[in-house]
Design a protein around this ligand. Structure first.
Ligand code: AKG
Length: 291
């Protein structure tokens, strides 16, 4: 491997051994607070919090989200883990309101992506404090070595994974580790790392974005290619290796009509892809962006 750009050798080895790495400082806390202000200005303008499909592929809707996505520190760290040719395949905005029971059940990101090989890294970027009290993410170290696990259906109205799909594995809290973050820090986890998070018992919003990156050699699996249910993606560094990820266009503004159209098309391609995989995880995107 070439000389790492951002992570040191011990951090890279730790990610390979444990399937996660945290915390990594991306930007100053003030810069993160500035992005939070842009998010919340939009929420005030529309009159309700980010909701429904606005939570998915958010980088196609807002130029400030695209700026976070392409932050050089994030891409340098991701490059150190998956190489120089990088696409973003998905993004979920995970916001837990103060004193909310919203939780995320134990799962692997690989379940929803249909990618081969299982080589994908997610960066979770904090815009507010993610603490034990506000429901930071927890991971099961080493679980990335288990490969793709089957899932159980455990529907629960408070599960932010609205499908209720949960990895078929008995996970004891004591075997997991929390990944608390300060605003402007990120954690990184492998696509097969089992992770989840409890509710927010604090009196502040827990705001984090997960950015799902794939190295350009990875492809949709055979079933997705044959059924044509290809999820769009966006090259963020380096070059494409194939045409199986229809290319997206970055947003020009803040939820302007062109970006809204591009975002809807991107989310629709994601929804078709997860449905072709037989998952119902896209149910949350069925909610209109209005309340
Ligand atoms: O934000 C959370 O608590 C869960 C996030 C998650 O599941 C992910 O980043 O893949």
């Amino acid at each position: 491997m070439n000389h790492p750009k951002m992570l040191n050798a011990a951090q890279i080895q730790s990610f390979r051994d444990n399937g996660h790495l945290t915390p990594v400082r991306v930007m100053a806390a003030e810069e993160a607070t500035g992005y939070r202000a842009k998010l919340e200005a939009f929420e005030r303008q529309q009159g309700f919090p980010l909701t429904g499909n606005q939570r998915a592929k958010t980088y196609l809707l807002f130029s400030w989200a695209y700026e976070i996505l392409t932050h050089p520190t994030i891409l340098d760290a991701v490059e150190d883990l998956i190489g120089p040719d990088i696409l973003v395949y998905h993004w979920t905005s995970w916001i837990k309101e103060p004193n909310s029971k919203s939780f995320v059940s134990w799962h692997q990101d690989a379940t929803y992506f249909g990618l081969e090989p299982l080589d994908q890294v997610t960066a979770w970027v904090a815009l507010s404090q993610a603490t034990l009290q506000s429901g930071c993410m927890r991971v099961l170290p080493g679980s990335h070595k288990l490969g793709q696990l089957p899932v159980d259906l455990k529907p629960d109205k408070d599960n932010l994974l609205s499908s209720g799909q949960t990895a078929k594995l008995s996970v004891a809290d004591k075997d997991t580790v929390p990944m608390p973050l300060q605003p402007g820090e990120m954690s990184l986890h492998h696509t097969c790392t089992v992770h989840g998070s409890p509710g927010n018992d604090s009196d502040f919003r827990r705001i984090g974005f997960c950015l799902d990156f794939v190295p350009a050699h990875v492809k949709p699996n055979k079933h997705l290619i044959e059924s044509g249910a290809l999820c769009s993606a966006l090259l963020v560094r380096g070059k494409l290796h194939h045409d199986y990820f229809p290319q997206e266009r970055p947003p020009a503004g803040i939820a302007d009509p062109d970006s809204v159209r591009e975002h809807e098309a991107g989310v629709e391609s994601y929804r078709r892809m997860v449905q072709a995989l037989g998952h119902m995880t896209s149910a949350r995107f069925d909610k209109p962006a209005a309340q």
